[in-house]
Design a protein around this ligand. Structure first.
Ligand SMILES: [Zn+2]
Ligand SMILES: [Zn+2]
Length: 191
């Protein structure tokens, strides 16, 4: 696993985080970015993360099974030496870190701030796509009318009624109910 050509997911996320805020006029130093990402993954420091032998930083799917969240960020960032992170919305920072840790979009191969796992909160999604590509390639991706636009499915998973497997048949009942209501209304009109 110590192949030099395997990109380190953490290093990539550090770059992504720094680049995102650099474009917005904030210069986050590598050490602070590393610390922030370690906190997002539940570690107290970069050293704690590095010394966890169970943590594989080269696994592009590491988001699937690692606990993440901004709790430790909220706890630790105020205690750091003065740095730009302290002026930033940590919810947003968490979102940027998530996008940085997530695999690149399967279509355009780019890291994206609005990268989305396929399916409904799948623990192990079978793909990741950015919103741009999802709306550009309508024949490949679709949304479920019940899950909403935030969840993206492979088009093959969505049936002709626009339902995901979980919601299969849901709209049929709605239509039947509507028909019942309509015929009831008609009955009253005619009597
Ligand atoms: Zn894309
Ligand atoms: Zn659905």
């Amino acid at each position: 696993m110590s192949d030099k050509n395997t990109p380190d997911v953490i290093d990539t996320a550090v770059e992504f985080l720094r680049e995102y805020y650099r474009a917005r006029g904030q210069d986050i130093r590598p050490a602070h970015a590393h610390a922030a990402i370690s906190h997002y993954l539940g570690y107290n420091s970069k050293i704690a993360l590095k010394s966890d032998s169970f943590f594989d930083p080269t696994d592009v799917d590491l988001l699937n099974y690692n606990e993440t969240g901004i709790q430790k960020l909220v706890e630790c960032v105020p205690r750091m030496k003065p740095n730009p992170l302290q002026r930033l919305d940590l919810d947003r920072v968490g979102h940027v870190i998530y996008a940085g840790l997530a695999p690149a979009c399967e279509c355009c191969n780019e890291k994206s701030i609005d990268i989305t796992p396929l399916g409904y909160e799948e623990r192990e999604p079978d793909g990741w796509v950015c919103q741009d590509c999802a709306s550009r390639y309508e024949e490949d991706y679709a949304c479920c009318r019940f899950c909403g636009d935030d969840y993206i499915y492979r088009a093959s998973q969505i049936n002709h009624r626009g339902e995901c497997p979980e919601h299969n048949g849901e709209s049929v009942y709605d239509e039947e109910e509507e028909e019942d209501m309509e015929s009831l209304a008609e009955y009253f009109q005619n009597h």
